[in-house]
Design a protein around this ligand. Structure first.
Ligand code: BGC
Length: 273
């Protein structure tokens, strides 16, 4: 890994699909097609590793000199995955970064999927040059969140697991895009659930901007106008590619571990210049 790399591969592991591409680090553009394979059933580590390998081979970027960032849908602390909402329970307390590095035979950068999507939007998208509190949410299999204050990411916020009063289901089980599909909701019925979720976030955090990512953000015009909020709410500029782009952008962060810390410090210092 060199600090002067101009391109890196980003792999975004999700509950439903594993996506990857080569990314231009100067502007966040994808330099290759986006490759997607389904997340193996059960999402056990060996199977996920096999699928990541498949994405890298299809991309033809197995050269270990090209930096590689991997995003994962769980709490990531010092390279370990600490939760497993939509993947196998094996990942809880698992040395995931080491596991991928050994399995792929190369160094990687490793972080939570929503956090890296936040980094992508901060560096190249909707949160660029935005001060105050930005809350990025990804609406997909689960709900992921990235909290960014004055250009600094506060990692592992996990606000998709907020609970509604007197309800067993947490926010993501009720309002993620997968809940809309599962319960066969029309846009307006789903928007009612989102209204509860975003109003609750607004009440708790008084953000300055909401950014909405995930696959469904390409249909943002179908549901964002239905929401009544005091906070500006916009789709992620990079839609569902934000995870890939943000994973690749971890390569800009310098030495491990603290990759996210140094990238956000760098961004913060640039925003005050
Ligand atoms: C996980 C988060 C993840 C989100 C989106 C949630 O179930 O707990 O870590 O960011 O899904 O994938």
């Amino acid at each position: 890994m060199t600090k002067s790399a101009t391109a890196a591969v980003g792999i975004d592991i999700g509950g439903t699909g594993i996506k990857g591409a080569l990314v231009d680090l100067s502007d966040g553009r994808l330099l290759t097609d986006r490759i997607k394979v389904p997340t193996p059933k059960g999402a056990e580590p060996d199977d996920v590793l096999g699928a990541v390998r498949q994405v890298l081979e299809t991309l033809e970027v197995t050269d270990a000199d090209v930096p590689l960032g991997v995003a994962f849908p769980a709490i990531v602390k010092n390279g370990r995955t600490m939760s497993a909402a939509n993947v196998a329970q094996t990942w809880i307390g698992f040395e995931a970064e080491d596991f991928f590095e050994e399995g792929l035979g190369r160094d990687i950068h490793f972080a939570n999927d929503a956090d890296v999507a936040g980094v992508a939007e901060l560096r190249y998208g909707a949160a660029q040059d935005r001060n105050g509190l930005v809350l990025l949410t990804t609406l997909g299999t689960g709900i992921g969140t990235a909290m960014i204050y004055n250009g600094v990411l506060i990692p592992n916020t996990e606000l998709g697991h907020l609970h509604r009063a007197n309800h067993k289901r947490d926010a993501e089980a009720w309002a993620a895009y997968s809940a809309m599909e599962r319960d066969e909701l029309a846009w307006d019925a789903w928007a009612e659930r989102l209204q509860w979720y975003y109003s609750h976030l607004e009440f708790l955090f008084s953000p300055d901007l909401f950014v909405v990512g995930g696959g469904v953000s390409k249909h943002a015009d179908k549901f964002l106008p239905l929401l009544d909020l005091q906070t500006e709410i916009v789709p992620a500029v990079h839609r569902n590619n934000a995870g890939i782009i943000g994973a690749a952008a971890l390569a800009l962060a310098g030495e491990k571990p603290g990759a996210l810390d140094s990238i956000t410090e760098d961004l913060a210092s640039r925003s005050t210049r």
